[in-house]
Every structure is written in structure tokens, then in C-alpha cells.
Ligand binder design. Sequence first.
Ligand code: GLN
Length: 486
Amino acid sequence: MTMHHDSLKTLAARLAAREISARELCEHTLARIAQHNPALNAYITETSDHARAAADASDARRSKGEARSPLDGIPMAHKDIFCTQGVRTTAGSKMLEHFIPSYDAGIVENLAAAGAVMTGKVSMDEFAMGSSNERSAFGAVKNPWQHEHVPGGSSGASAAVVAARLVPYATGSDTGGSIRQPAAWCGITGIKPTYGTLSRWGMIAYASSLDQAGAFAVSAEDLALILNGMAGHDPRDSTSSAQTRTRFDDELNQPLAGIRIGLPRNYFRDLNPAMADTIHAAAALYEKLGATLVDIDLAYSDAAIATYYIIASAEASSNLSRYDGARYGHRSAQAKTLQDMYRKSRSEAFGDEVKRRILIGTYALSAGYYDAYYEQARRARHAILNGYKAAFAEVDVILCPTTPTPAFKIGSKIDDPVAMFLGDLYTVSVNLAGLPGLSLPAGFIDDLPVGCQLIGPHFSEPRLLNLAHQFQQASDYHLQVPAAYQ
Ligand code: GLN
């Protein structure tokens, strides 16, 4: 039986037909995790008992004809940024190494209500700061295509477990690319919905005006079913949109005739030729499917990296002030005074990248520098949003690379933070503008997967999912499985 090669949609149909049980699927999945996780180092916490109990409950519901959704009985993994009641939630940090939340995050609650079978919590760059998953306090995660390469980050392990076909889907969060970039580097599909679409309640904060939850799956069609189960207005998150839709699969199978796809000229100027060829080939396939290609300019996009790293670091420095040794997480055993406890607890438990962001953010917000940095970044953010608005007056969706290059080797950029930041060139402006973005597999360069990115106007997720689905009906990049995980 090759249950791990089935799409989520196929698994749902097999469960509905009672051809397989949720418990059988669960055991198959747990066996694959036991076999392959040691090489990937993806899981921080495995929840096998929890998974078996959830699978049995799902089978009991199904035998009474009470299955809750297509996700009922399907195994999955949560990024370790989402609080899970009674299950350790670390955010990839030593600070929260022993933190056991007393409640579930909003999306965890929604997925559990839909019947999801959680197999565990998977690794990430500490507090979601990073682009390679090398910054996890629990060790680097491997790219399933080539173990000496990074899977991307910060949701690198979420992408790795789906690409390795350990679970059919995983959750993630995306503040500046953390879903789209690892999806691209692991050869799977990932979506960051419009800001406010999925609840941030119980999602450990990095930069609150940019953070958004989302998901990874093999295909866009599966992602639509997953978003159906994750979404819903949440009054506990003040930025949760009242317009949030609950159906994401209702535009799948729309023809592409008449759709205008914008290609930002400035994104191709310095792009490496192999990557440019890949994106142009994707564009050509869209043209064949009936879409019209339009060259566009994205105003102010060259300011995106600087703007993002000021705003994200400023918000991070404020959000992370709550980890003081008094309330959450690690408390230094060496401290003699209160000040000492704050200082030592934070110095001992935060990793270098988190410290760097807190220092940059505190500096950018400090008296005298606020106007020069934070205020300028706020203005640039507005200009970037207006640039997108002008583009969407001309086109329905934007097609561009997800990343400038394929995945790099573990260790090769760890000492060069600026090089690491520059890799986020094509993803961060989407968060600054609060737009939905999706990465889908578009080919391979040197046997490593690369993705292309679709960006749409606010709340256009169904359109993006349909565009990706049409592409995936006409291509098979997303169906390739790394050799070691067949
Ligand atoms: N690489 C970016 C950063 O380090 C994005 C991370 C994210 O989206 N969480 O900030």
C-alpha cells in the first residue's frame, strides 16, 4: 500500500469509502516518521499517542456516518509556533524548551474540530526568524532532496515533512516568506493567505503586523481543502478579518481564458539565468492555458528588504520583551537580583539571530532614530502597497520567482546575515502589503526544486489556488518525490 503517495483528496475518498481506516493510515504515517525523521531532524515533539486516539475517534465518527470534513482522520503536523494544549510548544527556542500551553491556537482548534490527526510539532528557526531552519535550538533540519542543503525557513520542517511524504499536510507561518520559500525549496505547494484570514490567536508572535498562518501540501487542490478547515473569523484575534471566507475550493476548475498575469520586469533584471528560464517557462505554460501575459513594474519593490527588516525587527523587539524569566519560559538559575534575572534569562536562552533582531529593532525604535528608520520604513511600506494596487489595476495576478536561487548548503550563509536577508527579496513585500501569496513547484535546478510565486489582491486566495491547480493539471513537478522517500 502506498498511502503516502496519495493526495489528501484521494486519502479522504479512501477513508470515506471505508477502503482504509484512519487508524491504519495513522500507523502507516507513524512508521514512516519513525523511519525517516532521524535523517531529517524535523520533529521537535512527536505525539503518537495523541495521533492514535484522534484516529480512533475519527473511525468511530465515520462508522456512525458523522465524519466532520474531508480532513477527518488525515494525519498532519503543526509548526511548533502554534500553541497546543498540554503539548510542548517551543517556537524552536531554548527559551520555551519546557513550555506547555494551557490552550490551543485558533487554527489548531479549527483543524481539530475538522478531524485532523496531529502527529507532532515540527521544527522552525527560533521564533520564526530565519530563512534556513538552521536557527532552531533543536538543530538544523535537512532538505529531503539533498540532505546537505537547507529546507528553507523559518517553516523548513513543515515543508520537509510534506516533501518527504511523511504527512499529507502541515501548518506554517509566514512573516516575510516562511511558508513560500521552504515550499519552493522542498518542491511542494504553500500558501500565505491575506493578512487577517487565519487566526493569529495562540500563534507565538514574531512581527504582529506581518505574521500570518498558512499551510503546505503537495498540491493546490489539497491546500484549498486545508484552508477550508483552518479558516474562520476569530474574535480573540483583533486583526482577524470579519470578511474571512470559509470556502477556498469554490473557484477550482475555472478556465484561465481572459486572466491577465503580470510579470514584474524589475524582478528579472538581476535574476540568475536558470531561475529566469524556469519562471518564463511557467509563464509560457500559463499562456498556453489561455492567460494573457503583461509586463509590469512594481514600484518601490527595491526598498522591500530594508523596509521589512526594520519593521519586523522593531515589532520583534517589542513582542519578545515578554520573555523576561518571570512569566514564560527559561529563568536563569544564576541570577541574584531582578535586573540580573531579566538579563541572564534572556542572554542564556535566546539564540544569536534572535538577539540580533532584538538589537536592530530596539535601535530602530530608540529616541532620535525612530524618525530616521521606523518612520521611514512605515512610509516605504505604504508606497509598496500602493505599487501593488497600481499593478492590480492592470492585472489579475502577479507571477514571479519565489526565491532568487535554489536551496543553499547547510552552513554556507550562517555567518553572513545580509546574504541571508537578501534571499527574501521576492517574498517580504507581499507581507508588507498584507497580500496573499502562493508558491508552487516550477522545475529543478541542479536537482534541487525551485518554485514560482503567485501574488493576488487581498482576499483572492480562491483565484490563486485555481491558477496553481490549473498549472498542476498540466505539469507534474509537484508530484516528484525525493529518491530517499519514495
Ligand atoms: N526570513 C525572514 C525573516 O527572517 C522571514 C521569516 C518568516 O517569514 N517568519 O524574518
